[in-house]
Design a protein around this ligand. Structure first.
Ligand code: E4P
Length: 228
């Protein structure tokens, strides 16, 4: 089981990587845009190469920027060539339900030895199909699943049973964190990995009662010093 960080911000990633608590990084076009990566493919490459180097040998997910099957394959091959710990994210299907993506995913995994993170999935069924196609990672957008009124923990548990029963290699990434509680509850429900927004990392660590307790220790240590 592991925690990845869902960010393209190298300073934030450095902070948690140096603590030894993250085992990978996930990005997507929205995250990169929010983190100020706006210079097209050249900028994506620069940022990805820096991040991959920083966290090596842990994995970095980088998402393709097109839905044209031929270009998707080309981009995925290019991105995977930037560093040996980069895996490529492709959505399960296109914006109109186009099915070419799975063919590209299968080809990348079986013919080109590229690890694929299949993304934007909202159900155990979608993730199961992506795992059958050979995906290394299947990303279930648990926060979005909950937003739609479905129970992401039930989806995670069904999916984990299927992956284990069929002896598939895919690792389940529970994504779209919405609150700190998601991290342990999704791992508990069957996710191999939860990818966490940086704002929730601090919340996992810092507790108001710990602050108060630490202050008590410091105050008493100072009093003890004074008594010498
Ligand atoms: C991670 O791999 C996903 O791209 C990310 O968690 C999606 O988060 P969102 O649903 O908040 O956009």
């Amino acid at each position: 089981m592991a925690i990845f960080i869902d960010s393209g911000n190298i300073e934030e990633i450095k902070t948690y990587h140096s603590m030894g608590i993250i085992r990978g990084v996930t990005t997507n076009p929205t995250i990169l845009l929010q983190d100020g990566i706006k210079g097209g493919m050249a900028e994506i490459k620069r940022c990805s190469v820096d991040l991959a180097k920083l966290i090596h040998p842990y994995p970095l997910s980088v998402e393709v920027t097109t839905n044209d099957p031929r270009k998707m394959l080309e981009e995925a091959l290019e991105m995977a060539s930037w560093a040996d710990n980069i895996n490529v994210k492709l959505t399960i299907h296109g914006p109109d339900g186009e099915l070419d993506n799975l063919t590209v995913i299968h080809e990348l995994e079986t013919k080109h030895n590229v690890r694929v993170n299949v993304t934007a999935m909202m159900s155990a069924q979608q993730c199961f199909v992506a795992a059958l196609a050979g995906a290394t990672y299947v990303s279930l957008f648990c926060g979005r699943v909950n937003n739609m009124g479905y129970n992401s923990m039930e989806e995670l548990s069904k999916l984990r049973n299927l992956i284990d029963s069929f002896d598939l290699k895919a690792q389940i990434i529970a994504a779209s964190t919405r609150e700190i509680l998601n991290i342990v509850e999704w791992l508990d429900a069957g996710a191999h990995i939860v990818t966490v927004l940086p704002k929730f990392m601090n919340g996992m660590i810092v507790h108001p009662y710990t602050k108060e307790t630490v202050q008590q220790f410091l105050d008493d240590a100072a009093k003890g010093e004074g008594a010498k």
